[in-house]
Design a protein around this ligand. Structure first.
Ligand SMILES: [Cu+2]
Length: 178
């Protein structure tokens, strides 16, 4: 057995006494529980149930608010980083847009806006082979609103117009999103 110096023992005793002056705190807690909560876990009266629920909701509510705040922060930083580009600049999505991506740095999540007359053009998301050959692979997604917003995925993104001869006339872009 370790011997504690007298003043340490006194301090420990004092501390315990301050928490539980007459040494019956645990009995009182048991009594409280017996008085307010039945054996099956239901509450004896509405007031005790309300108190219990309000305490529970209070801490759960705070946790939810903290979680929402964190999500907002994350979402906001995501949006802050994502850029929006109008493909082809003021000229929009048209012939010889093939050089438009040159010198630009794109990130995954950036949004391309393709502006064009839907009667004359469209936008088709293709693979590298489709881009190189100007042929539309089966199942390729075709956009045709004239104001298409497409989010870049990480890596290579290829788009062509598949109206006859347009891709061959430089209506195609290849973008590497970092
Ligand atoms: Cu076209």
């Amino acid at each position: 057995m370790t011997l504690l110096p007298n003043h340490t023992i006194m301090r420990l005793l004092n501390h315990q006494q301050a928490q539980d002056p007459d040494g019956q705190e645990s009995d009182r807690m048991k009594m409280y529980h017996m008085m307010h909560v039945r054996r099956d876990g239901t509450f004896v009266d509405q007031a005790s149930a309300d108190l219990y629920m309000s305490q529970g909701r209070g801490s759960a509510g705070r946790a939810i608010i903290v979680a929402i705040a964190l999500l907002c922060l994350l979402a906001h930083s995501e949006i802050a980083r994502a850029a929006t580009y109008t493909v082809g600049g003021t000229g929009g999505w048209t012939f010889n847009t093939v050089t438009w991506p040159k010198g630009k740095r794109f990130s995954a999540g950036d949004v391309l806006i393709f502006k064009y007359s839907p009667a004359n053009h469209n936008v088709v998301a293709v693979n590298r082979a489709g881009y190189n050959s100007c042929k539309t692979p089966g199942g390729a997604k075709v956009y045709r609103t004239g104001n298409d917003q497409i989010r870049l995925v990480k890596g290579q993104n290829f788009f062509i117009c598949n109206f006859v001869g347009h891709c061959e006339s430089g209506m195609k872009i290849a973008i590497n999103a970092l």
